[in-house]
Write a protein that binds this ligand. Structure first.
Ligand code: HGY
Ligand code: MN
Ligand code: MN
Length: 421
């Protein structure tokens, strides 16, 4: 049976409509950016939007004990192919990051029904991929993968807004965090998994490609260095009596950039958060916290950079009679993706006649946590000038419709192959 062909114009229009609707005021906490995260009413409204849409297709929609959304067209226990992403957003987010992947998964399900393919499908929208609610990226999929501890969920992982534990917020939102280990079961029936996502850089755009087949995802370490000095008076304290923690933070920020460049092998690093206390113009910073985001395809190089910048900060602090301490938030290893599924996506992309690039993802994705148990791959579409994690983020629904065609082609060919075996 030949590869199913979708009506890309109709799919593009539905994708545009879904993404545009979910950028509306009832789906974001901010009027300047898309801002939605776990257990907020705007996030609930977003899940409800997708729930209605999948129910209209005859899918059974459930949410696992902490709020990962699952929609499937087969009874539990039957094998299904997985598609999806996340529909929470960065705190300064755009309307395409994540949400486009869930909308495209919905569109795959629509086309599957319209073409009468009856492919067995399960869609997942993972909770808290961005970490905008609790400062922990890919939290929902890490819970599914068992990459968190109960102590972290009960105690250590706390809401950015009010400092209360994840566990409490999950209970208040009506979920059952005490059953968090059952979340693993949402992957049990998956024969494969594909996540469509915007590239979040501009390799595709600058090389005139509309499709990127992702065969690996860079690993990362998230952590914080806190430097402790003295919060003295900014005017009265002579320079040689100061313990200015922001100075050491500045030295560490420059050192991180130097170390990441020197590490090569695609290693990158940045300080995205700088928190100064007491944070007053006329008070010397007694305490400064800098966040570390270090990533790359080579886990050893990434962890070496983190160790080196931690040692550097401790030495620089000690030289000025201060202290520096490092705390790791989380780490996810570099993730190779499934060769057969990558090849199926490449073949389906080639069939469209579009040129494509096979590439590594520098950004993290829930697929990193799915790939441990399920043969997985990703498909990128361009975003304008590589802009992401900003309200200026933009993409073309026609590219996403092309992506849906490729996803459906790959899933269809995998289904045909397993039927023959
Ligand atoms: O930051 C990331 O890699 C993802 O977009 N949350
Ligand atoms: Mn994302
Ligand atoms: Mn993101």
């Amino acid at each position: 049976m030949s590869t199913p062909t979708i009506d890309r114009e109709r799919s593009g229009e539905r994708i545009r409509r879904d993404v545009q609707t979910l950028a509306g005021p009832e789906y974001t906490l901010s009027s300047e950016a898309i801002r939605r995260y776990a257990y907020t009413d705007v996030y609930r409204a977003t899940l409800d939007y997708f729930t209605r849409a999948w129910q209209e297709l005859g899918f059974t929609v459930t949410e696992d004990p902490i709020g990962n959304l699952v929609a499937r067209n087969r009874p539990p226990g039957e094998p299904v192919f997985g598609v999806g992403s996340h529909c929470d957003s960065n705190r300064n987010g755009g309307k395409w990051d994540g949400t486009l992947g869930v909308v495209s998964a919905l569109e795959v399900c629509r086309c599957n029904a319209e073409l009468g393919l009856d492919l067995p499908l399960q869609a997942i929208s993972f909770l808290e991929e961005e970490g905008s609610g609790f400062g922990q990226m890919v939290l929902g999929s890490r819970i599914v993968a068992g990459r968190v501890s109960e102590q972290e969920l009960r105690e250590r992982i706390r809401a950015i807004d009010d400092g209360r534990p994840f566990w409490e917020h999950a209970e208040e939102a009506g979920y059952n965090p005490e059953r968090w280990q059952q979340c693993a079961h949402i992957l049990d029936d998956l024969t494969g998994w594909i996540e469509l996502h915007i590239e979040q850089a501009r390799v595709l755009q600058d090389t005139g490609r509309r499709l990127g087949v992702v065969n690996a995802i860079a690993g990362y370490v998230h952590g914080d260095i806190t430097i402790t000095g003295r919060a003295d008076h900014a005017g009265a304290t002579p320079m040689d009596m100061r313990r200015d923690s922001a100075v050491v933070a500045g030295e560490a920020i420059i050192e991180l950039e130097r170390l990441a460049r020197a590490a090569r092998s695609g290693t990158v690093g940045t300080v995205g958060e700088i928190e100064v206390s007491p944070g007053l113009i006329n008070a010397i910073p007694g305490r400064t916290r800098i966040s570390l985001d270090v990533r790359g395809p080579d886990d050893d190089a990434v962890h070496q950079v983190v160790r080196d910048v931690d040692q550097f900060a401790q030495r620089a602090a000690a030289e000025r009679q201060m202290t520096a301490t490092y705390g790791q938030r989380q780490t996810v290893p570099a993730t190779p993706l499934d060769d057969r599924l990558v090849a199926a996506l490449e073949a389906a992309a080639a069939e469209t006649g579009e040129q494509f690039t096979t590439m590594i993802s520098g950004a993290a994705h829930d697929t990193m946590c799915v790939a441990e148990r399920v043969p997985s791959a990703m498909l990128f579409v361009p975003c304008r000038d590589g802009l992401s994690h900003t309200p200026e983020e933009d993409a073309d629904p026609a590219d996403a419709a092309l992506g849906v065609q490729v996803m459906l082609g790959a899933i269809h060919s995998m289904a045909r192959r397993s039927a023959k075996s």
